[in-house]
Design a binder for this molecule. Structure first.
Ligand code: TXA
Ligand code: MG
Length: 319
């Protein structure tokens, strides 16, 4: 790691520079419709190792590989018929598929953490798609935050956590979905991480139920789905219906320090979630309180993914 590196904030017009940096093996953050990703050439051990280093990420945790289209994804992994159906329905978009690697895939073994499967995603954000086409190689990109911290939904969030540790960030404004992609994998398919595409939507496309995911904190469903994640510095207490003595993150038409959605709209709440967790963290740290409270979020549709992220933000910290 170059100690005194300056991180460039690249405008959309400078996308060519972002692509050139990635091709040269540098780390560059870029916007997707879910969250900002920290990109690196997925075929280069050195570039991928730099991502783990910049994020301080346990190296057993594999990364998602980003591609400009499904044809490029098909060169890297073998699609079952069901996986193909989901790809057709939801790519480009907020979904990742964990699939068996194809022989001759050319990816760095660090990307898959030595597994014989790989997580693939075709994002829909126009800047991401253009960047991936310009790079012309698969790009590994975990969320562009220090490991265990809140995922970034703006370029400023990326710089907060990684300034000086990466070559640049391509600034595409705020992310639309605001939650990481849903991850489906296994044969039969199951939901490994709730996200932008709900299980209900996937089942509607498949015409049958997903296999039951074995969810438990002791046996993380995806490697690295560690229980404490998205962690603010202060404490977080969930499912508190109204504002009290400590800062309160609301949902629905009630008084609150910040409100995920006054109208109780889950899509709006997902978009606001990570930025508001950051704000609540700061507001609480500057107050007398040692924690903030969060209103109950209904466990339906996108609410599953929001509740998943909130429960990780509130989980006991392992240190
Ligand atoms: O929306 C997103 O998915 C964002 C944007 C940047 O695309 N990316 C993202 O990546 O969230 P990351 O690295 O923070 O999350 C990757 C997740 C981890 O939980 C990892 O364990 C899981 O995907 N994963 C990756 N490869 C896997 C594999 N072969 N088998 C099982 N899980 C895998
Ligand atoms: Mg992440």
């Amino acid at each position: 790691m170059k100690g005194l590196a300056v991180t460039r904030r690249l405008k959309p017009a400078e996308i060519g520079d972002a692509a050139a940096l990635l091709r040269a093996g540098e780390r560059v953050a870029f916007p997707t419709e879910t969250v900002y990703g920290l990109g690196a050439d997925a075929t280069s051990d050195k570039a991928v190792a730099g991502v783990f280093e910049a994020k301080n990420r346990p190296s057993f945790n594999p990364l998602i590989v980003h591609l400009p289209d499904a044809a490029a994804a098909n060169e890297l992994a073998v699609f079952s018929q069901d996986a193909e159906r989901l790809a057709e329905a939801f790519w480009p978009g907020p979904m990742s598929l964990v699939l068996p690697l194809r022989a001759g895939h050319g990816l760095s073994a660090l990307v898959t953490a030595g597994l014989d499967t790989v997580a693939l995603r075709v994002p829909s954000h126009p800047l991401a798609r253009e960047l991936l086409s310009l790079v012309g190689r698969p790009v590994a990109a975990p969320s562009a935050n220090p490991s265990g911290k809140i995922s970034p939904t703006t370029a400023a969030h990326v710089l907060d956590g990684l300034s000086g540790r990466i070559a640049g960030v391509l600034d595409g404004g705020a992310c639309e979905v605001g939650l990481e992609s849903s991850i489906f994998g296994g044969d039969p398919l199951r939901l490994l991480r709730p996200g932008g595409v709900t299980a209900e939507a996937a089942e509607a496309v498949l015409g049958h139920a997903l296999a039951q995911a074995e969810l438990s904190p002791e046996t993380p469903n995806a490697p690295g789905q560690l229980t404490s994640h998205y962690a603010p510095d202060v404490g977080v207490v969930l499912d508190v219906s109204s504002a009290g003595d400590v800062p309160h993150l609301g949902f629905g038409p009630r008084e609150a320090t910040r409100n995920l959605s006054m109208s109780g709209d889950l899509i709006e709440a997902a978009t606001n979630l990570f930025a508001m967790l950051r704000e609540m963290d700061q507001i609480t740290a500057e107050s007398d309180a040692d924690h903030f409270t969060v209103a109950p979020i209904p466990g339906e549709g996108l609410g599953h993914a929001i509740r998943d992220r909130l429960s990780r933000a509130a989980a006991p910290r392992s240190g």
